[in-house]
Design a protein around this ligand. Structure first.
Ligand code: FAD
Ligand code: 2HG
Ligand code: ZN
Length: 508
């Protein structure tokens, strides 16, 4: 295997179309007076507006007005980049008084159009709040501003032999506040669990400007309702997260990975059971890549892991990672696993490649982590991030491909590829449908609500980890009962009666 170490590249912005939500009549447009007020409460270099005497051009704020995929165009005239929680509070107080909508924006890597202003809301970018407030190397508790980039935090705790409890392909751009607000999952969830468990406390500016300081560093605190949980995954609809207290685990002493080639999709579930049983506590990731996704990654320059002969009988792949405290012990367990898989009477795998160096370890991960960027180079993706039973992963991909075929939309003239990859260990499949020549209404109509109905029939979730943003509020009812949606509305109404905080997102 070639040793290729890819790093996350700067994220490019591309533009395509405008999402529109008509329900904004309760909000006011930003005026010259508002911009003047913002310029009084913030440093001049923190205010960017196409309105007023110091106006900038719409090009200057273009990157805040389009999402990472180039699927959602924003309409904000004004972008504010506060430097402190007090400044965020002043901004929000003014917006509440004037009924101006606010879109909190982190690294803008979200994949459901949540960080984009749909109408006349301002963008409140957290990027200038990027200081680590404290770190305790004994407990591993890190307290940081919401605008800290995930990768910077990983680099901050690394010399203390700690790691962040989450890791994702967007780590070079996404912010910890954005991660918390989307309840991001990622590649380490199987081992370290969700942010609902690792986040110990939050500091949040509520929709009236009040600062809610729950930046606890306590592991245990059973004093009533655990309010922070409401903001984890709220996608900026309940307040602006300004500070995060999070538990960082000790870095594993030894990590290994192996890419397994499987002859049949049906083997994924029995393989997961076998691997979990044999590796036990050292299993830290179990990621799925279908054949289409693998071939695409190779086309886009990733190292070839298997030869042509091996690929002839391969339908899909699994990337297994182990993390433990004893290198020899872990290596022995992995080698024994591979041997038993290859010598079984009915082998579940065709073959496997065990990384032999840090570079090979990184290369196997780069292929998996690089899929989202490779997809982006292929065309315009429709992304469906779903929870379904593991045994149904590939069937759902196939059913969707068949649906496009039946509408005459599958082929180089429309959808060139339909693929699946994701986090088997978490029951989370990412389906990517690639529109070769750009987004088109007839493709979307063929896909939706069809895919949501399929997910509902499997009792799955229409959003496993990316959230609802502006893409899926209308699909919420496929995964949540009316009673749940009613109570979500009541919670939203209690925190944000004026509906200024990220309006048009999450709730239908
Ligand atoms: P943004 O995109 O800026 O915002 C996302 C949402 O959170 C918006 O609704 C926004 O209003 C809100 N928000 C942001 N910051 C705040 C704040 N401080 N206070 C209140 N609300 C806020 N996601 C996963 O779960 N797992 C993955 O493995 C994964 N991999 C990815 C790989 C790539 C290459 C890309 C491009 C994206 C990936 N994502 C993944 C999606 C995305 O990166 C995550 O959802 C990430 O957590 C978003 O963080 P962000 O700072 O970019 O937030
Ligand atoms: C991943 O798991 C991310 O790689 C992105 O959640 C998924 O590209 C996608 O659809
Ligand atoms: Zn994912």
């Amino acid at each position: 295997m070639l040793s290729l170490c890819r790093v996350v590249r700067p994220l490019a912005f591309r533009a395509r179309r405008c999402a529109h939500n008509p329900a904004f009549s309760h909000l006011n447009t930003v005026t010259e007076e508002d911009v003047a007020h913002f310029s009084n409460i913030l440093a001049p270099s923190s205010v960017f507006s196409t309105i007023g005497s110091n106006s900038v051009s719409s090009n200057d704020i273009a990157t805040y007005n389009v999402d990472w995929m180039g699927k959602y165009y924003g309409k904000a005239t004004t972008v504010l980049r506060p430097r402190s929680t007090a400044e965020v509070s002043e901004i929000v107080k003014w917006c509440a008084k004037r009924k101006i909508g606010i879109v909190p924006q982190g690294g803008n890597t979200g994949l459901v159009g949540g960080s984009i202003s749909l109408d006349k809301e301002i963008v409140l970018s957290l990027g200038a709040m990027s200081k680590v407030r404290s770190f305790d190397p004994v407990s591993g508790i890190l307290v940081a501003d919401a605008g800290c980039i995930l990768q910077s935090l990983s680099e901050y705790v690394a010399p203390h032999n700690h790691i962040m409890p989450l890791d994702l392909g967007a780590k070079g751009s996404c912010q910890i506040g954005g991660n918390v607000s989307t309840n991001a999952g990622g590649l380490r969830l199987l081992r370290y669990g969700t942010l609902h468990g690792t986040v110990l406390g939050l500091e949040v500016v509520l929709p009236d400007g009040t600062i809610l300081d729950q930046l606890s560093t306590l592991r245990k605190d059973n004093t009533g309702y655990d309010m922070k949980q409401l903001f984890i995954g709220a996608e900026g609809t309940l307040g602006v997260v300004t500070g995060v207290s999070i538990l960082t685990p000790p870095a594993p002493q030894a990590s290994h990975n192996v890419m397994l080639a499987l002859p049949r999709y049906d083997n994924v579930l029995p393989l997961f059971q076998t691997v979990r049983r044999q590796l036990g506590e050292i299993l830290s990731s179990f990621e799925y890549i279908d054949r289409t996704a693998y071939d695409m990654a190779i086309d886009h320059g990733h190292s070839r892991i298997f030869n042509e002969e091996e690929l002839k009988s391969t339908q899909c792949f699994v990337l297994v990672e182990t993390s433990g405290s004893n290198k020899e012990h872990d290596e022995q367990k992995l080698t024994e696993l591979l041997e038993s898989l290859l010598t079984a009477a009915k082998p579940l795998i065709v073959t496997g490649t065990l990384s032999q160096s840090a570079a090979q370890f990184a290369s196997l991960w780069a292929l998996r982590e690089g899929l989202t960027e490779a997809v982006q180079k292929e065309g315009k993706p429709y992304k469906y991030d779903i929870s379904v039973p593991i045994a149904d992963f590939q069937r759902v991909v196939d059913v969707l491909r068949d649906q496009l075929k039946s509408r005459g939309l599958y082929g180089d003239h429309a959808v060139s590829k339909v693929m699946g990859y994701g986090h088997v260990g978490d029951g989370n499949l990412h389906i990517n449908v690639i529109a070769k020549h750009g987004y088109a209404p007839e493709i979307e109509q063929a896909l939706e609500p069809f895919i949501y109905e399929v997910v509902a029939s499997l009792n799955g979730s229409v959003s496993a980890e990316h959230g609802l943003g502006s893409m899926k509020p209308h699909a919420l009812h496929y995964s949540k009962s009316n009673v749940s949606i009613d109570w979500m509305r009541k919670i939203k109404g209690t925190f944000d009666p004026l509906n200024i905080m990220n309006p048009g997102k999450v709730l239908p």
